[in-house]
Design a protein around this ligand. Structure first.
Ligand code: NAP
Length: 300
């Protein structure tokens, strides 16, 4: 593996890993096709936000490249909670659909929390249903949110150990911070979860071997917050007024201090999309046509 080094800091690019995951998803898709099954991801969208549509189209193109189906269900920015609920319920019992994503943002007044519980857990390939988080918490099989798994896969890919290490996770959301902390705990890391009421971050991040920042705050983690040899994974995605994308890490001050840093863009994000598609193929493999038929009959 060829790794770029800036000062003492290795650049932990996600592109190579994303390619490997896509290759695995392509092979598994082919194997399923050979047994007469075609994996299909459904993405439910209800916004006119251009960047969301751009992101959804990028998932669709990636799925097509892997030979998978991708059904974009665009309900428009005025979709009501009832319509969204009915679509999610139908997709959950539709045998030809294997994975479901409810894309945010949603129309004003509609909360994702009130809807994600309608995604059948076996199709919940982005770990959005609270049942998936609960299963992760007790070590039962479930799909983790793709971003949380992307962080763990990236650390693994670059052979950065977490077992017995101190890992500080900055952010405690149900989509990133909490599930990621559970995955790291499962890998025997000692995890500290920081949030907006934690006080000075350096109290936790300076004694961490690995720091993962998922706060959505430009420049939050600076070089003075870490020790030499700390590995930093940047999950944040922030759009600057000039349209460029940056993470939560102040790259200028962290580069040269950290032992490793994942870039934004080109780090966790690229692995996340590849994992969404791999999860869809995994879901398709686990869903026997008989199981789906039984599920659909039991909901009639
Ligand atoms: P979120 O729901 O807004 O949660 C942000 C978390 O960061 C909260 O727990 C918040 O603490 C904490 N936080 C905010 N300011 C802080 C500060 N100054 N010090 C310490 N903690 C602070 O965001 P999210 O959905 O988890 O996403 C986090 C970031 O990851 C965003 O930039 C998002 O765009 C990005 N993201 C990237 C991907 C990807 O694939 N690359 C996927 C999902 C999300 P409180 O709980 O106390 O408010």
């Amino acid at each position: 593996m060829k790794t770029e080094v800036l000062g003492n800091t290795k650049l932990l690019s996600g592109k190579g890993l994303a390619g490997l995951i896509q290759q695995r998803a392509r092979e598994e898709t082919r194997a399923l096709e050979n047994s007469g099954r075609h994996p299909v991801l459904a993405v439910v969208v209800a916004t006119d936000d251009e960047s969301t549509h751009w992101y959804v189209r990028s998932i669709e193109r990636a799925a097509e490249r892997l030979g998978m189906g991708c059904r974009i269900v665009d309900l428009g920015p005025d979709a009501t909670e009832q319509v969204l609920a009915s679509v999610l319920t139908d997709l959950s019992t539709e045998p030809s659909v294997n994975g479901i994503i409810l894309q945010t943002p949603l129309p004003v007044g509609v909360k994702a929390d009130d809807l994600v519980g309608l995604i059948a857990p076996e199709k919940d390939i982005d770990g959005a249903n609270p049942l998936s988080l609960g299963r992760l918490a007790v070590g039962q099989p479930a799909f983790a949110p793709a971003t949380a798994r992307a962080v763990v896969e990236l650390l693994d890919h670059f052979q950065i150990p977490v077992a017995g290490q101190n890992v500080a996770v900055v952010g405690r959301s149900a989509v990133v911070g909490k599930p990621l902390s559970l995955l790291l705990l499962e890998k025997d890391a000692t995890v500290t979860i920081c949030h907006s009421k934690s006080g000075p971050l350096e109290r936790y991040t300076q004694r961490a071997d690995v720091v993962v920042v998922a706060a959505g705050r430009t420049g939050l983690l600076k070089g003075s917050h870490i020790s030499p040899q700390t590995v930093v994974i940047d999950v944040g995605t922030n759009v600057l007024p000039d349209g460029s994308l940056v993470g939560d890490v102040d790259e200028a001050s962290v580069t040269g201090v950290a032992a490793g840093l994942s870039p934004v863009p080109g780090g966790v994000g690229s692995v996340t999309t590849a994992l969404l598609l791999l999860h869809t193929v995994e879901a398709a493999r686990q869903q026997s046509p008989t199981t789906l038929l039984t599920a659909s009959i039991s909901r009639i």
